[in-house]
Write a protein that binds this ligand. Structure first.
Ligand SMILES: [Cu+2]
Length: 232
């Protein structure tokens, strides 16, 4: 290729505006010492459920790393009406060891939640909405067919509980767009493929409350810094 051709090609490419979706990442932290988790004594004392655990089962309200890395924080953008939930892969909620796994998760509006029973006993899955989503209440035998739930309205921490085992809880946040993530055990989150624009980003922990920040996506990945959550 002649130099003049190369120049024309480079010039042509430079003239094409590239607006690519970018990822928003960050690390959520906690300052201070959270209350100690509680041992789930009724689970231990239940003949069937207790036998499924070798360690003492506890609550996991505050999942915090050695340097304050905070898990189970739901991070989302102020975008609604953009759900791709109907075509998104289902999210699995398992019942194992007479506990829900995960206990904190998030889905899009209309996205399927597949509920499994991996235990040798019956569970009764009971959801309670505070935002007008349909409530569910279904017994599920050991080895029974999976249940499939969807929720149509955005909601923070919609409650799942088991009516057979009163210590079993999980909470799902329903988001009306694909732009959310839940922080992992390293406190990290990544919201993928965000179109360019200015957003408000919100981080919510079920026990520790909410923080917001402004974020602008241009043509490259963005890191957001939230102040540390603090123990109240
Ligand atoms: Cu149960």
């Amino acid at each position: 290729m002649k130099i003049s051709s190369v120049f024309l090609l480079v010039a042509a490419l430079a003239a094409v505006p590239v607006l690519r979706a970018a990822d928003i990442t960050g690390v959520i932290t906690l300052q201070g010492t959270p209350p100690a988790e509680k041992e789930i004594t009724p689970l231990e004392e239940d003949p069937t459920c207790g036998s499924l655990h070798t360690d003492k089962p506890t609550t996991h309200f505050y999942v915090v790393g050695a340097k304050g890395e905070l898990a189970d924080v739901v991070v989302s953008l102020n975008v609604t009406g953009k759900s791709t939930g109907e075509s998104a892969a289902p999210v699995v909620l398992d019942q194992k060891g007479c506990l829900y796994s995960p206990t904190i998760f998030a889905v899009q509006t209309g996205q399927k939640i597949t509920i499994k029973n991996s235990d040798p006993c019956i569970h009764n899955v009971h959801t309670t909405s505070k935002a007008g989503n349909a409530d569910h209440n279904d017994a599920q035998m050991s080895g029974g067919a999976d249940l499939t739930y969807t929720f149509d309205k955005p909601e923070d921490f919609l409650k799942f509980q088991c009516d057979v085992h009163p210590w079993m809880f999980a909470w799902v946040t329903v988001v009306d767009s694909p732009y959310f993530a839940v922080s992992d055990k390293d406190g990290k989150f990544t919201i993928k493929n965000v179109p360019p624009g200015k957003y408000t980003i919100t981080a919510v922990h079920r026990k520790l409350g909410k923080q917001t920040a402004a974020v602008e996506v241009k043509d490259s990945d963005v890191t957001v810094s939230f102040p540390a959550f603090t123990v109240k």
